[in-house]
Design a protein around this ligand. Structure first.
Ligand code: TYD
Ligand code: MG
Length: 460
């Protein structure tokens, strides 16, 4: 078969070049040209001549929105509750899911478990492995205790062969593990390059939409934390799931960051065990480290991930630094940390200018909601002063640049969960203070950062 002609297109300005160049000839951006299959036929620049719009293509019939029948999407639960929760109920016909995460975090394990459950429920499945041999996957299935599995396996990395096999076997769900190892014959660039990843994902998406076969793509994460190359994939697919958690700890979170068929920001919680991933249905206390005595630099917050509140310990270490002190955060936004330090200085008179400041959300969890602000500030002050917060203490609330403390959504639920787990003192935004007292919990409502600091000093 003759190779299809390819061109190189700039991801910034859309300019093209017949060869790969380091610098885009049109806009001058560096390293932005990626390979694409060239559009066949004439009229590459057909839109450049306004008088040429008509006549090149036939006008299509349009329809008012109201006349289009909306159908509820049919979902098939995978049988793994925590996965179904993030998917918004289950696998959708013709839906494309991208699941990303660090190597070794459990993507292949989870998908093999899910495929086996679906196969047992009577849905034909196909697992395409490009990273491991069939024997390796079989070994994993043995470990998972599903050795009698009827999941169909294909060890293949060439897209055209994969598509032909899918066509011939007609499964209901296909897993591509991983999209980075898949390559198309039509492009000369190496597997894993942005061009290949994009081309393969586009073909698979088209196949899914055309046939109603659900496709699950596994994607790796680069050092920068983006799905390698596949930032470009995020808009192509229907659902983007992201594995997080510390590979050294037992717990894993699966977070939905985009879902055309369900709520985002829902999370699934799993524990990696000897026999694969097990769902954790009550995850509220897994991100607390167990101190026998309260220690300086630790403050517990309640974060609301999706529909379930979870208690997470925020740790800070403030230590005298050199001429250019370091600010480091793990699991929390770094820019936000700089902002909080400035607010702390200006509005509460707590200066960390000459100190190294490290903050960490325990257990490898990532917290993106600003409700962590108050807990971050309190743990920093606690570490700076070398004074632990009281036993059973927790705090949450967003802090603004003017030093005001803003409410967090659904404060009551957060407080109730904390009370259930035996927490006894809370510093929260005024608007989150409950009207009726919560049993066992003393609540201090504050409007400003300095107030929060004063409350803590008095408690101490
Ligand atoms: P894996 O699913 O291969 O990760 P990924 O596909 O995301 O790269 O997970 C591999 C890790 O999980 C590996 O370090 C071993 C561990 N593991 C268990 O602890 N228990 C198990 O039952 C299995 C199958 C794996
Ligand atoms: Mg894998």
């Amino acid at each position: 078969m003759a190779k299809e002609k390819t061109t190189f297109t700039c991801t910034e300005c859309g300019g093209t070049s017949p060869r790969w160049l380091g610098k885009c000839p049109s806009c001058g951006a560096w390293n932005t040209l990626i390979e694409q299959v060239a559009e066949a036929g004439p009229g590459k620049n057909r839109l450049s001549t306004p008088q040429g719009y008509a006549g090149l293509a036939h006008a299509q019939a349009v329809m008012p929105l109201a006349a289009i029948e909306a159908q509820d999407v049919a979902r098939t639960p995978s049988g793994i509750d925590e996965l179904d929760r993030v998917l918004g109920g289950g696998i959708v016909e013709g839906g494309v899911v991208l699941i990303g995460g660090d190597p070794g975090i459990g993507k292949s394990t989870l998908l093999l478990q899910a495929m086996d459950a679906l196969q047992r429920a009577g849905l034909p499945t196909l697992y395409v492995t490009g990273e491991e041999s069939g024997a390796q996957v079989a070994l994993r299935s043995r470990r998972l205790g599903i050795e009698g599995s009827q999941v169909q396996l294909l060890a293949e990395i060439q897209l055209e062969k994969i598509l032909a096999t899918v066509d011939a076997t007609q499964p209901a769900v296909v897993v591509i593990d991983s999209i980075q190892t898949t390559y198309s014959d039509h492009l000369t660039s190496a597997p894993g390059s942005v061009a290949q990843v994009r081309e393969c994902a586009a073909h698979l998406t088209r196949m899914a939409k055309g046939t109603g076969i659900a496709v699950i793509l596994v994607g790796h994460v680069t050092k920068e934390g983006a799905l390698a190359g596949p930032r470009v994939l995020e808009h192509m697919v229907d659902t983007v799931l992201y594995f997080e958690g510390d590979t050294h700890s037992q717990f894993r979170l699966v977070r939905a960051i985009k879902n055309r068929f369900g709520a985002v920001n829902e999370i699934g919680v799993f524990a990696m065990t000897e026999k694969g991933l097990k769902g954790v249905s009550n995850p509220s206390a897994i991100f607390l480290s167990q101190h026998s005595e309260p220690v300086p630099g630790s403050c517990v917050m309640v974060t609301l991930e999706g529909t379930r509140p979870m208690l997470v310990e925020i740790q800070a270490l403030v230590d005298s630094g050199g001429p250019s002190p370091r600010r480091l955060s793990v699991g929390l936004d770094k820019d936000r940390l700089a902002m909080l330090l400035a607010v702390l200085h200006r509005h509460a008179g707590v200066a960390c200018m000459d100190q190294d400041v490290f903050v960490n959300a325990v257990g490898g969890v990532r917290i993106s909601e600003p409700a962590a602000d108050l807990a971050v500030m309190l743990s920093i002050t606690s570490s700076l002063r070398g004074k632990a917060l009281p036993r059973g203490f927790l705090s949450f609330g967003e802090v603004g640049l003017a030093g005001e403390v803003r409410p967090a959504p659904r404060g009551q639920e957060r407080l109730k969960e904390a009370a259930k787990l035996g927490f006894s003192v809370a510093v929260v935004p005024k608007a989150n203070a409950p009207k009726k007292p919560i049993e066992g919990l003393t609540i201090h409502a504050v409007e400003r950062v300095e107030e929060a600091m004063n409350v803590v000093r008095e408690l101490g």
